[in-house]
Design a protein around this ligand. Structure first.
Ligand code: GDP
Ligand code: MG
Length: 464
């Protein structure tokens, strides 16, 4: 049939949520339940991501996939490994989210927490569909463990008190999500994937509901987003991280969303001081999962095809900006036009951030996190005067110091998940510019409140 000719790429899934809800454990469990019996079932460890092939998911869900009349169309799922919202912020690609669908992890015993809400806001900003994993169901009072069982079957095994507590926790979560203007429903009751968020109870410890989670992710993708994951030859590649690796030098970790990359390709990436032009020396991934205990070498690839997470070795990458696109320059391409596009990508984000003559200075590790941070400040009505990506240097402190004359309460630099150079610390100390540094956005809220309270207090003392 005609439909068979359409080629789909693996959707890119990221896992996010509050600290300690079990994001890392869930990822491990998804990998482990699919690597049973020493047989990897085609699961490959990539750079910054794990690939779960559809065959493994079919096998895992065969006991109940038939009941929901599932027709698997996708080649598999590409799970982004580094969870937490910091990395989610990096997952920005040409103005939209790189992540095709997200799993928002909530601890069923705790309900919604600060970072859960922050994540919901980010997902909305990027228009990313998501599923809620209600994790740690094994903590429910008198829960009877049903190792790696699908949730519906595990639920049938439970005693009355366990069912009662479970039902009441689910009700609380549904009410709390309604407070965030979200309709939600347990996944097997959800009749409208477009308007209602599916809740999937899971245990990353004992494995209940992991198969359900895989199934629901695929259902959401296939029902809402299938068009988006039709494979395209046009390159779409996002830079996640810049890392120095012993023996290799400076490397970049990228997610290839569409298209191909080849050894020797001439590439352009955005740099802190303008576009960087270089050649791919090698494309590498870690050894297969089954051999992970042996400390073997990376695997080299002559050519790779999307979707895939890989490490690229090339010279001159030290100043590459995470969160931006990687471009390949073909023979008949105009390199200057590509460089202009790379510059535009960074500048368009910087320009979209509303700045005023008077306000705080902000700095973040990636272009995506800068964007998210500035929208957070806008929401809490704090004006921003200066924005920058990358480590805090002396010159950034100097810019912030201009506020000492204009409006001293704004002589602060907010460093979101970035390093602060020693010279910058020294300069801040000398000039009395305050640097506030945090790794998550919501932790700034209290610090900012304290800062402005302190200033107000000082003013009151001075005028008294
Ligand atoms: P993260 O911060 O979201 O990545 O959370 P982790 O995966 O590091 O988990 C935080 C803690 O919760 C660890 O001690 C885990 O062992 C525990 N944990 C995670 N998932 C579960 C679960 O499903 N059940 C139980 N009982 N504990 C869990
Ligand atoms: Mg973790």
């Amino acid at each position: 049939t005609r439909e068979n000719k359409i080629e789909y790429r693996s959707p890119i899934i990221c896992i996010l949520g509050h600290v300690d809800t079990g994001k890392t454990s869930l990822l491990d469990k998804i990998r482990n339940t699919n690597v049973q019996g020493g047989e990897a079932r085609g699961i490959t460890q990539q750079i910054g991501a794990s690939f779960i092939p559809i065959e493994a998911i079919k096998e895992q869900t065969k006991s109940f996939a038939e009941k929901v009349k599932m027709d698997f169309k996708l080649p598999g799922l590409l799970l982004i490994d580094t969870p937490g919202h910091e990395s989610f912020n990096n997952l920005r690609s040409r103005g939209s989210g790189l992540c095709d669908v997200a799993v928002l992890v909530v601890d069923i015993m705790h309900g919604l927490e600060a970072q859960t809400i922050e994540s919901i806001n980010l997902l909305r900003m990027r228009n990313t569909p998501f599923i809620v994993a209600l994790n740690k169901v094994d903590r429910i009072y008198e829960w009877k463990t049903c190792v790696n069982t699908n949730f519906v079957d595990a639920y049938k095994q439970q005693s009355k008190p366990a069912i009662q507590e479970f039902d009441s926790k689910v009700k609380e979560t549904i009410a709390a999500l309604a407070g965030q203007e979200l309709n939600s429903e347990l996944w097997w009751r959800n009749k409208d994937y477009k308007k209602v968020v599916s809740l999937v109870p899971t245990s990353a410890q004992t494995g209940e509901g992991i198969a359900d989670l895989m199934l629901v992710v695929i259902q959401v993708m296939q029902k809402l987003m299938l068009e988006k994951v039709i494979y395209q030859e046009k390159l779409q590649c996002t830079l996640l991280e810049v890392k120095v690796i012993e023996g290799l030098g400076c490397t970049i970790d990228v997610i290839l969303v569409n298209g191909r990359l080849k050894e020797g390709d001439k590439i352009v990436v955005s740099g802190f001081n303008g576009p960087i032009e270089t050649n791919i020396r090698s494309i590498i991934t870690p050894p297969p999962l089954t051999e992970s205990r042996v400390k073997s070498q990376f695997i080299q690839h002559q050519e790779i095809k999307a979707a895939m997470g890989v490490k690229i070795v090339a010279s001159g990458l030290e100043k590459a900006v995470p969160g931006t696109s990687l471009y390949v320059v073909d023979e008949d391409d105009d390199i200057n036009a590509i460089k202009a596009e790379a510059i535009k990508e960074v500048e368009s984000v910087l320009n979209d951030i509303e700045t005023s003559g008077i306000g705080v200075s902000i700095q973040a590790s990636t272009i995506g996190s800068l964007e998210a941070f500035s929208s957070f400040l806008k929401k809490i009505k704090i004006p921003v005067a200066n924005v920058a990506v990358g480590p805090v240097a002396k010159k950034h402190v100097m810019s912030a110091a201009i506020m000492l004359e204009k409006d001293p309460k704004y002589a602060i630099l907010l460093a979101f998940d970035v390093k602060i150079e020693d010279s910058a610390k020294q300069a801040a100390n000398d000039m009395k510019v305050k640097i506030l540094s945090e790794e998550t956005i919501y932790l700034f809220e209290k610090k900012l409140k304290d800062h402005f309270d302190e200033i107000r207090q000082k003013l009151r003392e001075e005028t008294a």
